[in-house]
Write a protein that binds this ligand. Structure first.
Ligand code: DGL
Length: 287
């Protein structure tokens, strides 16, 4: 497929826009592709403005709305998956107001997966500073009768971006963060049996994280739960056609855009996606 070809000229099937502040959201895209190999995906990583996790709600909402408009207005996405916890926590309303298509974030599916798993009714969440400050996970868990203790882990995104996913420094940083989180949980009288990865970069650290959590604590990645929810909603909402009735394409049809760092995206993106990302196109969404 030529990169100049419009995504709408590809074989039939819903166009699903997937958005992240960087390329961590490719972990969600990977789960979506596994669930819906027949769909066409257009992924945007707002790498020029990453990280969102240390920015204000107003700025995150503006960036996320602009990115959503690009996917819907220029790439004809019919359904949006916000594969970014920070944007899902702080900008879902702004995105919904900006585009006329259904929008799914990762917080509610993540909280749902945590609630389905926990037996103690207590969970831990690690995320960016902005996501934790919003308490979006605590609120979503609370609506399901689950208590959550949250911790911001701002060093983890840069470590993943550096490609240090299995590095001794990363392992030590993870160990320290989780020790502090467990102490906070103990202090609050909680007995958590699940740890939610509340940032789309963190699944790349799953191995390191699983080695650091106490026995009996399960690591939960919202990607799979988000993909399942997207498939469920698409089956009823996009063109009124169930996805399962569409003939599977030869392989996943994915077109990737980034607002900066295209070479880095191509180099590191395959780790997130699980196979080569191919050519990544540069797009300018302004400042
Ligand atoms: N994608 C963001 C998230 O899932 C992490 C990177 C960032 O801070 O922009 O929260």
């Amino acid at each position: 497929m030529s990169v100049a070809e419009s995504v709408t000229e590809l074989a039939s099937g819903p166009v699903i826009g997937v958005f992240d502040s960087g390329f961590g959201g490719l972990t969600v895209l990977r789960a979506l592709v596994e669930r819906m190999p027949q769909a066409r995906f257009v992924f945007l990583g707002d790498t020029a403005r990453l990280p969102y996790g240390s920015k204000s709600q107003r700025t995150i909402a503006r960036y996320a709305a602009e990115s959503a408009r690009f996917l819907v207005e220029e790439q004809r996405a019919e359904f949006l998956v916000i594969a970014c916890n920070t944007a899902s926590a702080l900008a879902l309303d702004a995105i919904e107001a900006a585009v006329p298509v259904p929008v799914l974030g990762v917080i509610e599916p993540g909280a749902e997966a945590a609630a389905a798993h926990t037996k103690t009714g207590n969970v831990m969440v690690i995320a960016t500073e902005a996501t934790v400050a919003s308490h979006a996970y605590a609120a979503a868990c609370g609506r399901r009768g689950v208590r959550a203790v949250e911790k911001a882990c701002p060093l983890l995104v840069p470590l993943v971006e550096e490609g240090w996913t299995d590095h001794p420094v990363t392992a030590e940083v993870v160990r320290i963060y989780l020790a502090e989180l467990l102490e906070a949980a103990r202090h609050a009288g909680l007995q958590p049996d699940a740890l939610v990865l509340g940032c789309t970069h963190y699944p790349l650290l799953r191995g390191v994280i699983e080695r650091s959590v106490p026995e009996g604590v399960t690591v939960i990645d919202s990607a799979e739960a988000t993909a399942a929810e997207a498939a469920r909603r698409l089956a009823t909402r996009v063109r009124g056609v169930a996805c399962e009735t569409v003939e599977p394409a030869a392989g996943p049809q994915i077109r990737c855009f980034a607002t900066d760092s295209v070479a880095k995206f191509e180099r590191l993106g395959s780790r997130f996606l699980g196979h080569p990302v191919g050519v990544v196109e540069l797009v300018d969404l302004g400042g």
